[in-house]
Design a protein around this ligand. Structure first.
Ligand SMILES: Nc1ncnc2c1ncn2[C@@H]1O[C@H](COP(=O)(O)OP(=O)(O)O)[C@@H](O)[C@H]1O
Ligand SMILES: [Mg+2]
Length: 384
């Protein structure tokens, strides 16, 4: 910087600081506020006279409020920085007690026998709100996707429920007949009622699975055993595959550790891939066979799930289109399935892609990383 520019900055430093959108606060090693720019007062709702000389901790909610000075002391003693020179996301609090998310960057300014700290505080409220809105939209879309997948399966679901209902009616009639006989055969009656009960439970469990699948429960992640999740998928999709005369063969190459994910959304991805495979095989009237292979395997410190069909495969010129929204080659297709699947998998820091088989058909594959590979910025924040 040349001399004139430096002089100008010296003369106008306060106006420059006041023009900055971020709050800029300087404290001494005892945590007293020495200076703050205009944005500080606007952001935190204090007048200048209320803030200068105060402890910086008034701008922090608990637990940061109590632990702040210990961090400063530790830094002065050891030079070990947890925030200083690094910056991180934290929570701040206004004079009215409203908490809001911030990004805080601190720089130590060693002076004459005293160390000062300048902090730059960026208000993240708007950014966080829009991130939340996007996450809500994504979950909403995923839910619409689940409902639409169930819509595609209505015929086979109706069939799945009709079968036990028919059996229930049959066992009920048999029971009535047994009751009308002069000599009541209690064992026979009890047997018929037992079977009736089993069928009622069977119908109930079909409905329960569907409810679990469409229930608005997104965004809840937990440690999930992928083979278990696919066993559940097997129940959910069995009727649909059977209705199309297709055999789905599930296989697991052990060992597979648990992955941290939203089980309903991941099941939705797997079901969508399976439904597409069924449609594809149907498209060629199962002329290449009637078998779909679903396999789980450990891969690159994560878990992969592949769905391999022997349908028509995907033409090269369709490659860029299939994951796009509203792209469908089916007369009744919504074309949202793969687009939603990809957004779910990306949200889980995973991958979704496909490859045409050497023989007929295509293999879709999604991959989710193990939890240790994910960035836990929240854990870091709780350290102070
Ligand atoms: N297993 C598959 N084999 C062949 N084509 C497929 C397969 N899966 C998806 N596709 C193609 O990708 C398109 C988009 O799929 P998707 O997003 O699930 O929408 P939809 O199933 O409603 O058509 C399908 O219409 C189809 O052309
Ligand atoms: Mg589909």
């Amino acid at each position: 910087m040349d001399k004139t520019a430096r002089q100008w900055l010296q003369d106008n430093a306060i106006s420059v600081l006041d023009a900055v959108v971020d709050a800029i606060i300087t404290i001494d090693s005892g945590g007293h506020i020495l200076s703050a720019n205009q944005s500080t007062f606007d952001m935190f709702g204090y007048r200048e006279s209320e803030l200068l000389g105060q402890q910086i901790s008034v701008l922090m909610p608990e637990p940061y409020r109590s632990s702040h000075q210990a961090f400063v002391d530790r830094y002065l003693e050891t030079g070990n920085a947890t925030i200083i020179g690094i910056g991180r996301e934290l929570t701040a609090v206004t004079s009215a007690g409203t908490e809001f998310p911030i990004y805080l960057a601190i720089k130590a300014l060693p002076g004459d026998g005293e160390t000062y700290f300048t902090g730059i505080v960026r208000d993240l409220s708007l950014q966080k709100a829009s991130e939340l809105a996007i996450a809500e939209q994504r979950e909403h879309l995923a839910r619409v996707g689940r409902l639409s997948t169930m819509g595609e399966m209505t015929a086979s679901i109706a069939h799945e429920i009709n079968q036990p209902l028919t059996a229930i009616a049959m066992y009920a009639q048999a029971s009535i007949k047994l009751l009308q006989r002069p000599n009541l055969d209690r064992d026979k009656l009890s047997g018929a009622l037992q079977k009736l009960n089993t069928q009622a439970l069977r119908a109930g469990s079909v409905i329960e699975r569907i409810q679990r699948f469409v229930r608005n429960e997104g965004g809840q992640r937990e440690m999930v055993d992928m083979p278990e999740l696919l066993a559940e998928l097997q129940h959910l999709a069995a009727g649909d595959a059977r209705a199309h005369g297709i055999e789905v063969v599930y296989s697991v190459s052990e060992p597979v550790a648990k992955v941290f994910c939203d089980p309903v959304q991941i099941q939705q991805v797997a079901l969508n891939l399976l439904r597409n495979a069924i449609d594809a095989m149907d498209d060629v009237n199962c002329s290449n066979g009637n078998r779909i292979d679903v396999a789980v395997a450990e891969e690159r410190s994560g878990v992969s799930v592949t769905v391999a069909d022997v349908g028509p495969g995907i033409e090269d010129d369709q490659q860029d289109l299939v994951f796009g929204a509203f792209h469908s080659t089916k007369s009744d297709g919504m074309g949202m399935g793969l687009s939603i699947c990809r957004s779910i998998i990306r949200d889980h820091s995973g991958e979704l892609d496909y490859e045409n088989n050497v023989g007929p058909g295509v293999t879709f594959r999604f991959w989710l990383p193990y939890a240790d590979d994910l960035d836990y910025s929240d854990d870091a924040a709780s350290e102070g």
